[in-house]
Every structure is written in C-alpha cells, then in structure tokens.
Design a protein around this ligand. Sequence first.
Ligand code: RP5
Length: 164
Amino acid sequence: MSTNGPQVGLIMGSDSDWPTMEAAAEALAEFGIRFEVGVVSAHRTPQRMLDYAREAAGRGLKVIIAGAGGAAHLPGMVASATPLPVIGVPVPLKYLDGMDSLLSIVQMPAGVPVATVSIGGARNAGLLAARILGASDESLRTRMEQFQADLEKMVLAKDEALRD
Ligand code: RP5
C-alpha cells in the first residue's frame, strides 16, 4: 500500500455531476488532502463500482465521497462493499430538485451507513472528509480549528460591516 497515494476517493455517477462535485475537490485541496477523482456508475458500470469499493481500503484510501443524481444508488452500493466511511452527495438534476437524489442516498438500511450531506452540498462532503482524517492527524485537525476560527471571524466582520 502506498503511503503517498490518495487518501480520499472522490467518485461520481457521471461526468455531468462534476460541476456539483468540484466543490468537494476544492475543499480537499484547501486542506492539502491527497485525493483521486473518477466516474463510477452504479447502473452503467456495476462491476467497476464493486471493484472500486472492494479495493479502496487496500489501496490506502481512508474515506470515499460519492456523488450521484436521480436514482442515486452509488453511495449506498459502495458503502455495502467497503469498510471505509462513505459520504454521499445528492446531486440535483433538472427534475425534482435533488429530492430524489437525497432520498435515494439518505434512506439506508440499518448496518450500512452513508453520511449524507445536503443536496448539492459537495463542499461539506470535502470538509467532513477532512474532519474524519483529522481525527487521527493532529496537523490536519489544527488546520480545521483554524478554518473554523476564520469562519467565525468572517461572520463577525460581516455583522460589524452591517452596523457601520
Ligand atoms: C446518475 O445519473 C448520475 O450520477 C447523474 O447525476 C445522472 C445523470 O447522468 P448523465 O445522464 O448526465 O450521464 O447516475
């Protein structure tokens, strides 16, 4: 297993999901987290999906972020075939405003967890992956604390500006 390989697998059901999923990649890059990106479809490439999920831990991945839209079975199916934490991103499509994606991802049977973020919430998926990795990486945890402090400062500065 390579120690310099990607820590996070960022996968999506179609390349058409990328405009939504890109925000997860940006968040991971901000924290200096090594990640790989790929299209893995539960319905169109089922064997590739199973291979990806089964091999992920052995390849050194620690977290998988999986985004999909519509009948969004990718995150749950990947979670069924890997022991790694899986974060699901409901991708909004043209119809149903992403409610279909959200419900497909969030309603998992007991025993097979998927940590589901909000519809289109790919940035939070990246940040959640950073927190999961930070639980066993002190420098990453420190960066997350700094990020949270900066977020607070930004809100307080906006509040201040409103009252100027
Ligand atoms: C899902 O079908 C994908 O995750 C994507 O959100 C949706 C539509 O895919 P395309 O037809 O644009 O490739 O499986």
